[in-house]
Design a protein around this ligand. Structure first.
Ligand SMILES: NC(=O)c1ccc[n+]([C@@H]2O[C@H](COP(=O)([O-])OP(=O)(O)OC[C@H]3O[C@@H](n4cnc5c(N)ncnc54)[C@H](OP(=O)(O)O)[C@@H]3O)[C@@H](O)[C@H]2O)c1
Length: 307
């Protein structure tokens, strides 16, 4: 199976390096010819592993406008870039292609499946962590697990060759027959933790000082998940949120990091998506809506987009 990886950011480089290390045929799709020129001045995609060893992989790069058909595409951009990015390569996809969606939150995956009804779209929910030390070089920041599953599970059986290639590349994954359950649960946990740490400018563990607000959020999110037909994802949500807070007490959430580093956040796909669903399902979630509004104000005050 031939791989194309669109987006050479933190996760794109992590996946590209691991797949290339196993001699898979991998191509990068970079934003423009200036990015290709910058990439050509590097030794290739860099990956620093958990033992602090760095290796470089001279993976070829191309533009979205290349004519080569795409068999397996890993979409490794942020949720707010996902639709624009996929539309640039849509003509290269066919009914035999697979698209893996790594985006956090919810909303972008469904929009892409609607744009490409004939294409097999597989969504990922991952707790792996990586960050970029410098352009085209990722540092593996935390072992985790990735759940993958079809957005249209009724149409497909598990893609054995794809799963085998990922496993051989040391990607710790499980196939799920109901990926929506994982995506919704992660969305709810993200909604209860990430925006709170951004508006209160604190590490995850310091949310114990806002326990009442966290508990109210959890109760509202549990109601929302149940109304959305995600009862399994709603089970024990409050306990799960506190377990994540305890386990990641020293961490600074991705949303807080985006704010501190003046980077656009994925708010529209986290609390934005949850608020829109809550409105559509006529669910009462005042704490969630107030938090979303407070987060928007915090982002605007920092000169960042509030969507
Ligand atoms: N990093 C993690 O540890 C982690 C963990 C779990 C989930 N996630 C999720 O995974 C997704 C990707 O995260 P990330 O941290 O890897 O993001 P990232 O470091 O910002 O990388 C995204 C890359 O996509 C590129 N890109 C965007 N649009 C493009 C286009 N049209 N053509 C070519 N390249 C394009 C960006 O290029 P430019 O720089 O030119 O914009 C950037 O290099 C996010 O939804 C994130 O929430 C990340």
């Amino acid at each position: 199976m031939d791989w194309h990886i669109l987006g050479a950011g933190s996760l794109g480089c992590l996946w590209a390096a691991r797949l290339a290390a196993q001699k898979n045929n991998v191509q990068l799709i970079l934003r423009d010819s200036a990015a290709i020129t910058r990439y050509q001045q590097t030794p290739g995609i860099g990956l620093t592993d958990a033992q602090q060893h760095s290796r470089y992989y001279p993976i070829p790069a191309q533009l979205a406008s290349d004519s080569q058909p795409i068999q397996c595409l890993l979409l490794a951009c942020k949720a707010y870039d996902a639709q624009a990015a996929i539309s640039q390569v849509a003509a290269r996809l066919s009914g035999n292609s697979i698209v893996i969606l790594l985006q956090n939150g919810l909303g972008s995956q469904q929009a892409i499946q609607q744009m490409l009804p004939e294409v097999r779209c597989i969504a990922a929910s991952s707790t792996e962590g990586a960050y970029q030390q410098q352009p085209f070089h990722s540092v593996f920041a935390g072992a985790g697990h990735t759940f993958l599953g079809d957005l249209q599970p009724q149409l497909h059986s598990p893609p054995d060759q794809f799963i085998a290639q990922c496993s051989a590349a040391q990607i710790n994954l499980s196939w799920s027959a109901d990926i929506n359950e994982y995506l919704w649960r992660k969305l709810a946990i993200n909604c209860a933790i990430n925006p709170m740490t951004a508006v209160h400018n604190c590490r995850n563990g310091e949310l114990t000082q806002h326990a009442e607000q966290v508990n109210r959020l959890c109760a509202e999110l549990q109601l929302l998940l149940e109304r959305a037909g995600q009862s399994a994802a709603a089970q024990n949500l409050t306990q799960q949120v506190w377990a994540v807070i305890e386990k990641t007490a020293a961490n600074s959430s991705s949303m807080r990091q985006d704010l501190l580093n003046q980077r656009r956040s994925e708010i529209s796909y986290i609390t934005g998506f949850a608020c829109a669903q809550s409105n559509a399902l006529e669910c009462s979630t005042p704490t969630l809506h107030a938090l979303h509004a407070q987060l928007q104000q915090t982002l605007l005050a920092a000169g960042l987009p509030a969507h």
